[in-house]
Design a protein around this ligand. Structure first.
Ligand code: NDP
Length: 272
């Protein structure tokens, strides 16, 4: 039976084992997928041992995505651009192939929602690892992007790095009040502290609002705030999570699972 795992720290909260179990049932594949707690000091040794024991692949989550990028032997283009790895495949010749499916996960979720039309103007809040992982596929999808980040230098550095792929600029919050965005994506980790970036009300009303964070009934702090501002079209990041997992599954098992039923099942289970 093919062995897989998701590695992170913390990891107990991860939905990945359940998602891959549902994919396996749907595609009638026989596999074992577990959650592994990575050790801050010994993560690389742990991961190498996991593959030495015969594992076929792994998902990697915070805080190990960049360290895994450094450890891998071969990288996909998306992974090279993100400079972080969320999916590893053990190649036949023993090398480790690194991919980053977070960006495709977001893009496929936006398509599922009908929220990805050509030449849209997107505001992204945050310039951390998640933003870095989605810029390449979003720019490839011909989106025009404005980046806002608390630490402006990080947004400027990302905009410079990705400018060769399309239209990307940075802004301070007081500069965007009069602009119009089709889509606003929260990619900050502020929600984990119960907080959010406050935006002018008219921006929230006009745009589709996407939060990479997810919660029961989409009650993330940012989406609660957006609703309180009158936003009608809001969505959390559960679809992105299932989407990125589906592309990892395809890389390992050569079949792309259907995301929709798995997403619905997860929502039901979260609401229990
Ligand atoms: P990082 O730690 O790499 O980046 C955090 C970002 O949040 C930075 O831009 C940081 O700004 C900003 N931030 C943190 N605290 C504050 C604050 N007090 N005020 C303003 N800005 C703040 O995190 P990630 O990029 O990896 O993750 C971001 C979010 O995306 C998380 O909620 C994560 O769970 C989610 N995510 C969801 C995925 C999915 O599949 N649904 C996949 C990946 C991530 P600064 O640079 O100034 O510190």
């Amino acid at each position: 039976m093919n062995q897989y795992a998701v590695w992170g720290n913390p990891i107990a909260q991860s939905k990945s084992p359940r998602i891959h179990q549902l994919f396996a049932e749907q595609t009638q594949k026989s596999l074992n997928y577990s959650a592994k707690l990575g050790d801050e000091q010994d993560f690389e040794t742990q991961l190498k041992q996991f593959f030495a024991d015969g594992a076929k692949g792994a998902n990697i989550t915070a805080p190990f995505k960049e360290r895994t990028f450094d450890l891998a032997d071969v990288h996909s283009e998306a992974c090279l651009q993100a400079e972080a790895c969320n999916t590893l495949k053990h190649l036949e010749d023993g090398r480790l192939y690194a991919d980053n499916t977070d960006g495709l996960g977001l893009v496929s979720d936006l398509k599922r929602l009908g929220w990805l039309n050509p030449n849209q103007h997107i505001l992204i809040l945050g310039a951390g690892g998640a933003t870095k992982g989605v810029l390449y596929p979003l720019l490839q999808a011909k989106q025009q992007i404005t980046l806002y980040n608390r630490t402006p230098e990080k947004a400027v550095s990302l905009a410079e790095k990705f400018a060769k792929f399309g239209k990307i600029q940075t802004a301070y919050l007081d500069e965007i009040a009069d602009e119009t965005f089709d889509l606003i994506i929260n990619a900050t980790s502020l929600g984990l502290q119960g907080k959010y970036v406050e935006l002018p009300r008219q921006l929230m009303i006009q745009a589709n609002i996407y939060d990479m964070q997810y919660a029961v009934n989409m009650n993330t702090p940012f989406l609660q705030y957006a609703r309180s501002q009158g936003a009608k079209s809001v969505q959390d990041g559960l679809g992105m999570l299932v989407g990125q997992a589906s592309y990892a599954f395809q890389l390992w098992e050569d079949i792309l699972p259907n995301v929709e039923p798995v997403l619905e099942r997860l929502k039901q289970e979260m609401n229990k």
